[in-house]
Ligand binder design. Structure first.
Ligand code: SIN
Length: 510
């Protein structure tokens, strides 16, 4: 595709002229939701340097717009404005914060179609999946609107009669968030909603490939009545903004969703000012199918979890471990299901799998398949670039995989389902845990005792038992080992934005 050969990245000066109309804009009911300015220090702005970052549709490389590439100084100004805005916000009654969040949720749901259209245009996922993500994104706002009212302190029994011990929960301070391109909307609300509920201000640096969805969310937050300067969308280069965030003494917490490699470097950079960090990092999820499993249900689970976002999620099954006794039947059923996946642009009716995000993602999955095949794997379905061209890749089923293949050790982040076999439960657990990651794990079994044994033995933060779908606002999302720490969603997700302060009240008499 010719369009993919065009250079993309940073340009100076602003290349998209005022009368440029992005291709999906006429399709939006509310065209003002398509914003290509950053929202920093309480106002919509361009970069003072005039530098911009282009945003392109991964399905055809078409230019959708360009957003400002802010410099470190502009980020620092936004941080100071956030600090000022937070001083008032944290003093508001919880019910006030809750009502604004609730109104934001209502607006997100009301504008689902437009938000989904923007999301599909810049990220590529099918429209139905994009609508699902908007509902998922909204659910965090709804959840934390309610949680805002439940930030309760504590009274602890004191060691002497003349004292009382009280524990207050206070907002942790100005927060910064760096969000990924695979869930451009949901990963923003999962961080912003608890921060605002807790009384914090938050600055978000969205992925450079997908800033339009977060900007649209910010418009709706302002319409909901959120005071200026509390929630900023800082667009630009990751290294410039990341470094301004981590160096700033005003930023007291950083929340990051992305690769383990970048996460480790952010943790190191946050050490300088001893920030609190929440890290949602890479995964290498095992999906175990025991011989006693309901195989049809297990197929449904794999299809839901493996091919969500074209396999580009941190919790996609990376290794499908199947009891050797049921491998033949399971593989047959899975091959049939995968062959039914229709691939195409996310805007096309009936499409179930969109493009990969870019050419380096495409190359990555190709390399993994080459490596696996060289080491003995067989391609049963797919295995190559899709005839549509661009970054479309065929949904792929590999059999005969072993732990020595690269795909067993790294995040696949693409539509490859690799099958490994095991002989007994003990071997399954050893294989499943043989990774430095510990985000999600899944298994299918109808044996109750085994369900508990395996759930407890798996080294990961989240386990799907007889289900491939574990994401929801009510649950604590997060990992262990090199998949990170901190939890998002549930009441635990709020704690990450709160600091405890203990009051020792003395001199009360005996
Ligand atoms: C992720 O892959 O980064 C998040 C997935 C989810 O929330 O379901």
């Amino acid at each position: 595709m010719e369009v993919f050969r065009r250079a993309s990245g940073i340009h100076s000066p602003r290349q998209v002229t005022e009368d440029y109309s992005p291709p999906m804009q006429p399709l939006l009911k509310d065209q003002s939701l398509l914003k290509t300015q950053a929202y920093a220090a309480g106002h919509w702005c361009d970069a003072r340097s005039g530098k911009v970052l282009e945003v392109r549709d991964p399905a055809d490389g078409q230019l959708l717009g360009s957003v400002p590439s802010l410099c470190a100084e502009e980020v620092e100004e936004a941080i100071l404005a956030a600090h000022r805005a937070m001083a008032l916000w944290k003093k508001e009654p919880a019910g006030f914060r809750s009502k604004i969040l609730r109104r934001w949720f209502d607006l997100i749901i009301e504008h689902t179609d437009d938000l989904a259209a923007i999301l599909t245009a810049e990220q590529g996922k099918p429209l139905a999946e994009a609508r699902g993500e908007i509902s998922y994104a909204g659910s965090f706002v709804e959840w934390f609107a309610a949680e805002a009212n439940r930030i309760d302190g504590e009274i602890i029994s004191a060691p002497s009669a003349d004292r009382r011990i009280l524990v207050l929960k206070e907002p942790v301070g100005v927060c910064a968030a760096i969000t990924p391109w695979n869930f451009p909307s949901a990963m923003v609300t999962r961080k912003v909603a608890p921060a605002l509920a807790a009384g914090c201000a938050i600055l978000v640096k969205p992925a450079s490939r997908t800033p339009l969805s977060p900007l649209a969310l910010a418009i709706l937050a302002l319409r909901a009545g959120l005071p200026e300067g509390l929630f900023s969308i800082i667009t630009g280069e990751a290294s410039v903004i990341g470094s301004a965030f981590t160096k700033s003494p005003e930023v007291r917490k950083l929340s990051f969703t992305g690769s383990t490699e970048i996460g480790k470097s952010l943790i190191r950079d946050c050490a300088g000012t001893v920030k609190r960090v929440t890290m949602e990092l890479g995964g290498n999820a095992p999906f175990i199918v025991f011989a006693d499993a309901d195989l049809e249900a297990a197929i449904e689970g794999v299809m839901t979890s493996k091919f969500r976002g074209s396999g580009q999620t941190c919790i996609c099954p990376n290794r499908i471990l199947v009891d050797a006794r049921v491998e033949e039947r399971f593989t047959e059923l899975l091959a049939t299901a995968i062959r039914k996946l229709s691939v195409g642009p996310g805007t096309m009716q009936g499409v179930m799998q969109g493009p990969l995000i870019d050419h380096s993602a495409l190359k990555h999955v190709e390399n993994l398949i080459d490596d696996a095949v060289t080491k003995g794997a067989k391609v049963l379905v797919g295995g190559k670039r899709h005839p549509l061209g661009g970054t479309f890749f065929e949904p792929t089923l590999l059999t005969g995989c072993t732990p020595f293949m690269q795909l067993a050790r790294c995040e696949i982040f693409g539509p490859i389902a690799p099958i490994f076999t095991f002989k007994n439960e003990e071997e399954a657990i050893i294989l499943a845990n043989a990774t430095e990651y510990g985000l999600a794990g899944y298994f299918y079994s109808r044996d109750l005792a085994r369900v508990w044994r395996v759930a407890e033995a798996l080294e990961c933060g989240m386990v799907g038992v007889n289900t491939g779908f574990i994401s929801n606002a009510a649950s604590p999302f997060g990992g262990i080992k090199e998949s990170g720490y901190g939890r998002e969603g549930s009441h635990h997700g709020l704690n990450d934005y709160l600091a405890l302060k203990y009051l020792c009240v003395a001199g009360l008499g005996s």
